[in-house]
Every structure is written in C-alpha cells, then in structure tokens.
Design a protein. Sequence first.
Length: 285
Amino acid sequence: MIDGTVSGLIMGSTYAILAVCVVVLYRLVGVLNFSHAALGALGAYGCYALLGAGLPWPLAVLAGLVLSGTLAGLSGWVLARWFGEPSTTVRAVVAVVLLIVLLTLGFRLFGDSPRVMPSLVPEISFDLGGVRVALTTVVALALTLVIAAGLSLLLRYSTLGLRLQAMSERPVTAQLMGMNSRLLSVGVWAVTGVFATLALLLVAPTRNPTFETMSFFIIPALAAGLLGAFSNVWVAALAGLTIGAIEGAGARIETVADYRGAIPFVIIVVALIWLRRREAWDAVR
C-alpha cells in the first residue's frame, strides 16, 4: 500500500503542476483552461518525436518546451484578441473548443497508440524507511514545489504579479493605465504551457500514455484546482499530489484498481456539493 502511494506521487506531481497552472491562468487571465494538458502533450510528444529522429535529448527537450510555449502563447493571444471582454463562461467554452482542436491535431500527428518513451531522469531508486523511492519521484516533487512556490511568490509579492491580477479583474482599466495586457496575457499562457510540458515529460515514461490520455490528465488537475477554489495555489498543489497518491494506493487494492480513474470525478462532485452548502450557510447567516 505504501509503495503504491509513493509511486502515485509521480502522477500526483503532474496533476499538481497542471492544477497550479490552471489556477494561475484563471486568476491572472480569467480563463478556465480545459486544454492545458493537451498543450503540454503536444510539446511532450514533439520532444519524443525529435528524440526518435536522432536529435540529442537536450535539444529535443528544448524544442518541445518551445513548441508548447509557442502554441500556448498563440492560444492566449487569440483569447486576448477576440475574447478579452466576454464572460468567464464564454472563455471557458472557447477553451473547450481549443481542446477539441488540439485533440484532433494530436490524433493526426501522433495517432492513438501508446508509445514507449525514454525517461529523462536516470532510472535510479533507493530505500527510504523500507519503501522504494525512484529518483523520478524526488525530481517530480521538487519541480512541483519550485513551480508552486515560484508562482505563489510572483502573485503575492511582485509588482508584475499585482499588474497581472489587476489585468484579470479590470483588463480595460489596465490597458488605459498603460499596461500591455495582451502581451502579459500571452506571456502567462506561454510560461504555463512550458510548465505543462515539463510535468508530462516526467510522467510519460512511467505510463507510456497515448496523446488523448495525456490530454485528459486535465480532469484530475481541474478537481485539484476546484478544491483550491481556483484561487489557492498551495491547496491545488497539495490536492493534486493527494489525488495521485490515492490513485497509486488504489492500484494495489484489487477491488478498487478498476475504478481508481473515477476518483477525480468523485472529488469534483463532493467539492461542488460542499461549496454549494457553504454558500447556502453564508446566505442563511
């Protein structure tokens, strides 16, 4: 059970990083991005395609990150250019349409068959308190901590973070005050797209997923973001890690293993019910 929980932290780190990116995008740009994992998957698959073509892995990884960052930045430019004023609901619908477009593109480029993907981290493991821990798990947890801490500090203490949040709440006012809100929005999209690819590059060798499977990693990430009310970076990160750990533990229990994929949906339903009840209690008071 403990071994399964620890091994699930690799997947949980991916959920956590994606959830943090979703929360940051929602807070700074006002878009609930359902396509974020698909953008990262394009970068990850592009990286592995270049590795298969004989490109050295540092250059292949760099190319994958550039690809995902460019596509994410372009997506952000489209939303900022033509959907900057509509409601959050309209922008969420646009994000769903973007997900469908990316799924179609990924299917055309990479097909729907799983691929064996080389690990970018040496396959080393060590014993910690009687539990076998892979180096990939340590690297994934460290990356999660760095990204969550960096973005949290950026939002809370930096001038840039304050400008970005002002842009999200009052884009027209920010533009009138001299802020290039469109450029800032594109930058946020691009950076979070790069982070998504990094997360998927770490987990892909352990799962060998299809492009479609990687794209739908966004569902557990959305569940984690919902637990943080799409505003708290640390709660979203912790929730993502917890979901991955529960899935890993569930994989070792025969009666639960076939249903562990439903865990994010259960969490989403419970979270929505809880948030709704809290709103009702607040109204009564």
